[in-house]
Ligand binder design. Structure first.
Ligand SMILES: [Zn+2]
Length: 443
């Protein structure tokens, strides 16, 4: 007996750069996994049936780099360069955050992600027990890292985050996994990065870090240490464990070879990167060298949304635009970054990121009966270039239905919106001299 049967849906299959659609298939789910995909499975074999005729089933989208709770700061720092964004706005305001603020902010971000078909995300933030609680309750899937910085209390920070990582690893029925989160080489010394790497290695954990976001960061790193941020990370031992690096907008040829040799995965965030004028992750170059690439939103304080279909659309357009070549980053490749590529970033390749028997039943169903998707000559192209988050009708994670008919079933959205709006005024206050960290002019 199947737990759930999705009946009569078109099914998106992505193989390398090729995307195709199986028309009018059924997807059977048992014990949280996809048990069968076939043209006609008897409804009598399932406890529950979702009639999905006229819909498209896609693998749940994967957000490979997020700060879910940063939706609390959506729109507070617009049209400013990255050092002003950090030092004058975000890091002073983040000192206002309480644990409860982060819990409600994370739920806001997760609600937005589920509503746009995102089922998994790699998060990097503070008070991560609160984010884990939000992930557990919402039914989403996540790889969680507590961001840490060098400073007088760096050893205490490392121990606290290790305790967090060990407490939550594999919880929520396996939906929550953890890693260590050294923020970046511009906020962590090489010696501290080496201690983080050694701790991760001893504890069987990976790492998630920001690397080479701007060309200035690479130039400053070369001036200070004679090495790129990638070489610093490698020499600290961070690539001896599973490593997810966010942004990577400015890799050298040597950096790309280093990342390929060490199996490093890159979470590209094209919207944030463009918006901060930072330069954009060269996804085609990375993929060509065998580096895994997924798509992230970064926080909604810089990205303004957690929409991963938008990220896929942007990376395809950027590659075509900058290379003056319409043939690069075809539809299937861009959709692959948002699904299987993200799965690689989260260390879940072979488990999520595709609709395949034996994979986790992480599925989004999109309505197709809307003017902006019709008529359909090429369904994968309609998904990449025309679909909107509001087309997502139903979202399933590990076989559990989290949204149906656009109604969230695990999150009290009205309460989340109330809690968030009650906090907004206090969160944007500034107190002289207080800040989470400092973005250095040079280091
Ligand atoms: Zn980030």
């Amino acid at each position: 007996m199947y737990d759930l049967l999705i009946h009569g849906t078109d099914v998106l299959m992505i193989n390398g750069p090729l995307a195709q659609v199986l028309p009018g298939h059924d997807i059977a789910i048992e014990s949280g996994r996809i048990a069968a995909i076939a043209p006609a499975i008897s409804a009598g074999l399932a406890r529950e049936v979702i009639n999905a005729s006229g819909m498209l089933a896609i693998p749940g989208l994967v957000n490979a780099h997020a700060h879910a709770a940063m939706g609390l700061f959506r729109g507070v720092a617009e049209d400013v360069p990255v050092e002003v964004w950090f030092n004058q706005h975000i890091w002073p305001m983040e000192t206002n955050l309480t644990d409860e603020d982060i819990y409600w902010g994370a739920l806001l971000g997760i609600a937005e992600m589920i509503e746009s078909g995102v089922t998994s995300f790699a998060d990097h933030y503070f008070a991560m027990d609160e984010v884990a609680r939000a992930v557990d309750e919402s039914g989403a899937r996540a790889l969680l890292a507590w961001a840490i910085f060098s400073g007088a209390d760096e050893e205490a920070q490392l121990q606290r985050t290790l305790t967090f990582a060990e407490r939550w690893q594999g919880t929520a029925g396996g939906r929550i996994r953890t890693c260590l989160g050294p923020h970046s080489p511009y906020t962590c010394t090489p010696a501290f990065l080496a201690r983080v790497a050694a701790t991760a290695g001893r504890s069987g954990l990976g790492i998630h870090i920001h690397l080479s976001e701007t060309s200035d960061q690479v130039a400053n790193s070369l001036a200070a240490y004679g090495k790129t941020p990638v070489a610093i990370a490698r020499d600290a031992g961070l690539f001896a464990v599973p490593a997810l690096v966010a942004h990577m907008a400015h890799p050298t040829a040597d950096d790309i070879a280093i990342m390929a040799a060490h199996g490093v995965a890159v979470g590209a965030c094209p919207k944030t990167e463009m918006k901060l004028g930072a330069g954009v992750t060269p996804a085609v170059d990375l993929l060509g060298a065998g580096v895994a690439v997924g798509l992230g939103s970064d926080g909604a304080a810089s990205n303004n949304s957690y929409d991963i279909l938008e990220a896929a659309r942007l990376i395809a357009l950027l590659e075509k635009h900058t290379r003056r070549n319409a043939e690069v980053m075809p539809v299937g490749a861009a959709l692959g970054l948002a699904t299987a590529g993200g799965a690689r970033c989260l260390g879940l390749d072979g488990a999520i990121g595709a609709l395949r028997v034996g994979f986790q039943a992480d599925i989004a169903l999109l309505r197709l009966d809307v003017p902006h998707l019709q008529p359909i000559h090429n369904l994968p192209a309609a998904l990449l270039y025309s679909a909107q988050p509001a087309d997502v009708d139903t979202v399933i994670v590990a076989g559990r239905v989290l949204m149906r008919g656009r109604r969230l079933l695990t999150i009290d959205k009205e309460r989340v919106l109330r809690e968030v709006s009650a906090r907004v005024g206090r969160l944007t206050e500034r107190r002289d001299g207080e800040h989470m960290a400092v973005y250095p002019e040079a280091w």
